[in-house]
Design a protein around this ligand. Structure first.
Ligand code: FAD
Length: 407
């Protein structure tokens, strides 16, 4: 016999677990029975996060407010570092653009949190919620979409029935494929190399964005003098970089970044993520909504993937709060319409930014230099970058303003 839940969230990654927490802790109907399903054992996810991930996640200010409202910030802030300044420069060109959060009357542009700390904090919170059942490991391998419920099946035949299915099962989403939802795909032929470096000098809460010969490089402030880095390289260059010894890689990174933070003292293990833009043709279908990487996977150049998904979650949770699940399809259509402009804008922003900073066309290279040099003098351009960092789109939604929907 199938176990029945009101809402099934498939995928317990950053997005699925944030969603389960938001649903369980901010709805009036916290009587909703929620199940969070993931194919990997929890211990494996935690172990992978502790030893393998390497990413530093930049959280926009609106994301921080939301995580605060959900009761996660007290724990997250133990390892969070505020980004108070942004410094943008181009290797081989003179000058730099500097943005300072004090000019915008905000506490910071956002915060940097190590991905392992974020994952572990989310997992602990999920486990503390009475109305969320964890079903893990459980690999969804078949789905039946009926007019008033959805049935999920695992190979061994164990079934789960839910009134609403939220697919947060990642870029390679099984649910998206099983429902026959198409995908637009663009391979960037790049990989992001991530890790962290210990610097000689204090970063003073500055995030550095530098456009190097081998691709855009960001150094992001972490605890003490440590900086997380993310360096987008063409695939082959990334593979070569990964084979270098710590010393040789440190020297390469130093050469690309320069000596703004003195000599790099040590470098962590590195990890590579192949990069692609994936856009699902539909984000909702009868009783099903796709979210996070399952709905769209972005280039990480502007650190927007999770921030965008948190804005999606805030809107979805607010809509589900207004009603029970009787006419859920209407709610999903409203959700898709409301979120469309922000999602499209964010996808375009990251894709174009990557194009601009990886192009070899001399004219564009020239205008990139001009763009950077003049950024501070062009309010519209500056405003766009700042807004994206603050995560302002959708900020009329309660959670994004740091308020619970039902305080
Ligand atoms: C290098 C890099 C840096 C980034 N930096 C930032 C940043 O600074 N700021 C930011 O906002 N975003 C950033 N992002 C984006 C962010 O990491 C993603 O948006 C986010 O991780 C997406 O999470 P997800 O939960 O949607 O997918 P995933 O993390 O892929 O989770 C999917 C889950 O679904 C489970 N699953 C899959 N199939 C099944 C199945 N059939 N049955 C059951 N479970 C299943 C998997 O086990 C997995 O746990 C970055 C991304 C990269 C690559």
């Amino acid at each position: 016999m199938a176990s029945h839940y009101d809402i099934a969230v498939v995928g317990g990654g950053l997005v699925g677990s944030s969603l389960a927490i938001a649903l369980a802790s901010s709805l009036t109907s916290s009587s909703y029975k929620i199940v969070l399903i993931d194919s990997q054992p929890l211990a494996d996810i935690q172990l992978k996060a502790d030893s393998l991930d390497g990413r530093s996640i930049a959280l926009a200010l609106s994301s921080k407010k939301m995580l605060y409202a959900l009761g996660l910030w007290d724990n997250l802030q133990e390892h969070a570092t505020a980004i108070k300044k942004i410094h943008i420069s181009d290797q081989g060109r003179f000058g730099a653009t500097r943005l300072d959060s004090t000019r915008y009357a905000v506490e910071s542009f956002g915060y940097l949190v190590p991905a392992d700390h974020l994952i572990n904090t989310l997992n602990n919170q999920v486990d503390s919620l009475d109305n969320v059942t964890r079903l893990q490991p459980y690999k969804v391998s078949a789905i039946e979409n009926h007019s008033n419920h959805v049935i999920l099946k695992q190979n061994d035949g164990e079934t789960v029935q839910a009134t609403l299915l939220i697919a947060a099962d990642g870029a390679n989403s099984f649910i998206r494929k099983a429902l026959g939802i198409g995908l637009e795909e663009k391979q960037y032929q790049q990989s992001a190399i991530v890790g962290s470096v210990e610097c000689e000098q204090a970063h003073n809460n500055t995030a550095y964005e530098r456009f190097t010969e081998e691709g855009p490089l960001a150094l992001l402030p972490r605890e003490g003098n440590r900086c997380g880095f993310i360096w987008m390289n063409p695939t082959e260059a990334a593979e070569n970089h990964l084979t270098l010894s710590d010393q040789a890689f440190k020297d390469k990174l130093q050469q690309a970044f320069g000596f703004r933070l003195g000599h790099f003292q040590s470098v962590s293990k590195r990890f590579a993520y192949p990069l692609a833009l994936l856009m699902s043709h539909q984000r909702v279908q009868q009783r099903v909504v796709l979210i996070g990487n399952a709905a769209q996977t972005l280039h990480p150049i502007a650190g927007q993937g999770l921030n965008l998904a948190l804005r999606d979650i805030a809107e979805l949770v607010e809509l589900l709060n207004e009603n029970d699940l009787q006419n859920v399809d209407e709610k999903l259509d409203i959700y898709a319409d409301k979120r469309h402009p922000d999602i499209e804008k964010t996808i375009r922003f990251t894709d174009r930014l990557n194009f601009l900073f990886n192009t070899d066309y001399p004219v564009l290279k020239q205008s990139r230099g001009l763009g950077l040099a003049m950024l501070g003098a062009i309010p519209v351009l500056e405003e766009r970058i700042v807004k994206q960092n603050l995560g302002e789109s959708g900020s009329n939604v309660s959670l994004l303003r740091g308020h619970m929907i039902n305080p």
